[in-house]
Design a protein around this ligand. Structure first.
Ligand SMILES: [Zn+2]
Length: 330
């Protein structure tokens, strides 16, 4: 097997088909015989999207990828935790590494059942963010927003074919691919007017550390959306949903380094430890529902080691929620 590598592999362009998991593994594209996330303790380098997770969303250039665990026969039956492959994908996000995305292609013959078929390497995706949420079956899942890199260079095969034949993706999903391309661009450009108004209000001073970053052209700061813009969060581009932060605190905020309580205290979502206070000017009306949304994004339910069968379900029911975290984060 070739050496483990992040990014593009020599001689394997996007659009390359593989007959089965073994072929994928031997090629080095996805070095895991069964798991959907190929990872080591230095991060994840490839993922397979095969319709096995009910909370996945495949929009072509943007994929909402559900992490691993708690899944049995395509149903979520237990909470996921930010461990193992899920933790590795979060590491890949923080490190700014790309992942290779492989799609499982299912073929339908007439009206009969679909047949597990080939896999296709569909190019490199950036891990644009991660969060947790309660999925369709009521269990907490960890999700990752994957955004295709160099969309125009990747894949000559129309995506509509996959969207039509994969379970859970109807033809309507394919129609929505155009506005999503737009949202990739918006992620970078954003609404400069709203961003500028909040940054101006604070004169470029970070609302967490109160630092200003002087440059020859004035203070540098960043506008951080509390409930993220774009799918699947669709937060509004409005001053009530924007903070003025330094780059360090912007990254921490986006990736769950801290959350904000209703009393504007900053805390670690994992331990509940108080980390400081958010400074808010009287004429900046922050929408607390956005703050709560952000808090829920990094909430972790009790960690139940995954065991198929009813036992893990009982464990979850009897142990209940973690008291302290519930109090701080609800
Ligand atoms: Zn700061």
């Amino acid at each position: 097997m070739p050496e483990r590598k992040f990014g593009q592999l020599d001689g394997i362009p996007p659009g390359t088909y593989f007959a089965d998991r073994h072929e994928l593994m031997v090629s080095g594209v996805h070095r895991q015989p069964q798991a959907g996330i190929a990872w080591t303790r230095n991060g994840a380098d490839s993922v397979i999207l095969s319709g096995g997770y009910e909370d996945d969303e495949d929009h072509g250039d943007i994929v909402i990828y559900t992490g691993e665990g708690g899944n049995l026969n395509r149903k979520q039956i237990a909470h996921q935790s930010l461990t193992r492959g899920n933790f590795a994908l979060a590491q890949t996000c923080t490190a700014g590494q790309p992942v290779r995305l492989v799609r499982g292609i299912k073929k339908r013959y007439g009206s009969g059942a679909s047949i597990e078929g080939k896999y296709r390497y569909d190019g490199l995706y950036a891990v644009d963010g991660y969060w947790s949420r309660l999925g369709k079956s009521g269990f907490r899942v960890w999700q990752f927003k994957l955004v295709r890199i160099d969309a125009d260079q990747v894949v000559g095969v129309p995506l509509a074919g996959i969207l039509e034949s994969a379970p859970g993706y109807d033809a309507g999903a394919a129609d929505e691919s155009a506005p999503r391309l737009e949202s990739v661009v918006r992620r970078i450009v954003r609404n400069t007017e709203v961003a500028a108004s909040v940054k101006e209000l604070y004169a470029g001073r970070c609302q967490v550390c109160q630092t200003t970053i002087p440059t020859l052209a004035g203070n540098y700061s960043e506008a951080a959306h509390i409930q993220p813009l774009g799918m699947p969060h669709n937060g509004p581009d409005h001053p009530s949903n924007v903070l003025c932060l330094c780059p360090n605190h912007h990254v921490m905020f986006d990736l769950g380094g801290f959350v904000v309580s209703d009393d504007l205290e900053l805390m670690s979502p994992r331990t509940g430890e108080l980390l400081g206070r958010l400074h808010v000017l009287p004429n900046h009306n922050i929408d607390m529902d956005r703050i709560r949304y952000h808090r829920r994004m990094f909430q972790e339910d009790i960690v139940v080691p995954f065991e198929p069968g009813p036992r893990s379900y009982r464990a979850r029911k009897s142990r209940g929620q973690d008291g302290q975290q519930q109090k701080l984060l609800s």
